[in-house]
Every structure is written in structure tokens, then in C-alpha cells.
Design a binder for this molecule. Sequence first.
Ligand SMILES: Nc1ncnc2c1ncn2[C@@H]1O[C@H](COP(=O)(O)OP(=O)(O)O)[C@@H](O)[C@H]1O
Ligand SMILES: O=C(O)C1=C[C@@H](OP(=O)(O)O)[C@@H](O)[C@H](O)C1
Ligand SMILES: [Mg+2]
Length: 174
Amino acid sequence: MTRSENIYLVGLMGAGKTTIGRQLARALKLPFYDSDKAIEERTGVDIPTIFEFEGEEGFRDREQKMIQQLTQMEGIVLATGGGAILREENRRLLKENGFIVYLQCSVERILERTRRDTQRPLLKTDNPRDRIESLFAQREPLYLSCADFKIDTGVMQSKEVVSHILEEYNSVNR
Ligand SMILES: Nc1ncnc2c1ncn2[C@@H]1O[C@H](COP(=O)(O)OP(=O)(O)O)[C@@H](O)[C@H]1O
Ligand SMILES: O=C(O)C1=C[C@@H](OP(=O)(O)O)[C@@H](O)[C@H](O)C1
Ligand SMILES: [Mg+2]
């Protein structure tokens, strides 16, 4: 772990990275960035459109470029996309430049939270449960390998999650 002003949130889709990141930034009076939102602003199109025209790999290339840029900033809260940790270079950049919080969440909760979602192309499948289970199996070891701190967002209100993260961040970053 690096002593740093930055907090980076990782975890599966629907774990709450965007929601909790925004609240955490407000509490710390730091600017909030979301890598997906930044990509959408840069390209002028939404994430499903990027997947449609460029495929997942095209999106991952854009995501990597964005992570490279955002990890050069100091004093931010960053919500990454759920798959950002798939690339080793992203994991390295995140580890070197910030305090990484893994937002853990059960498959069941993720299913509930993403049921009506239209903005996550990887969940546009006949069997979202199978998809989430396989993403969980593939990614959980990667999230754990990066994380400085992990917390289950499925069993607490977001406000409570934020205060636990703040407590931990302040204790290691004094
Ligand atoms: N305890 C909680 N923590 C975070 N999000 C929660 C919680 N309970 C319900 N939610 C809801 O779950 C969804 C999480 O989505 P989002 O923040 O976009 O996650 P991610 O960025 O990780 O995909 C939001 O609709 C949020 O309101
Ligand atoms: O898990 C993934 O591979 C993805 C997660 C999404 O972000 P959220 O985790 O914020 O939903 C977004 O980056 C894209 O749809 C791919
Ligand atoms: Mg998000």
C-alpha cells in the first residue's frame, strides 16, 4: 500500500463503487471521478455503444488509457469499472498510486441491484445469474490481490460503508 491521498474503489458491477465513491468524495471534500463516466464524456457515447461498436477489448483499451490518466492525479476518489482490474497494468497503477478498497457483494445482492439495468452490456444475457457467478469466480482473486481494505456492501447502508472506509483510511493514512 502506498501512502496516498487517493482512494480507488474496485469490485463487481452493482457492488456500489459509483454510489459509495461519490459519497466518500463528498465526505472527504475531494473530487470524484468515475472511469466509466470519464470514458463516456471523452467519447460522447455511452458504455453499451462502445461495447457494440468496439467490443469488450476496444472498451478495455479505452479503460486502460483512462486509468493511466486518472492515476496520475493526486487527491481524488476514483470509482473504477468492475473489469478494470483485469489488466495487470491497471492493477499495478492502482496499487502504486492509491488506497484500494474492494467493495464486496454477494451474487444475490448484485442480481437484485442490477435487475432492471440497461447500461451494463455484460449483463445482457439470458442468464445474468450465471454471468455474475462466473465474473465473481474469475475476478474475486484479483480484487483480493489488489485490496488494501475490503468491505461487504451487501449488508449495510451505503452511509455506514462510507464511515467504515473513512475510519480505515484515516487510521492507515495519518
Ligand atoms: N449499501 C449499498 N451500497 C451501495 N449501493 C447500494 C447499497 N444499497 C443499494 N445500493 C444501490 O445499488 C446500486 C449500486 O450501483 P453502482 O453504485 O452503480 O455500483 P457499481 O458502480 O459498483 O456498479 C445503486 O443503485 C445503489 O443505489
Ligand atoms: O464489470 C465489468 O466488466 C464492467 C463494469 C461496468 O462498470 P460498473 O462496475 O461500475 O458497473 C462498466 O465498466 C462496463 O459495463 C464493464
Ligand atoms: Mg460504476
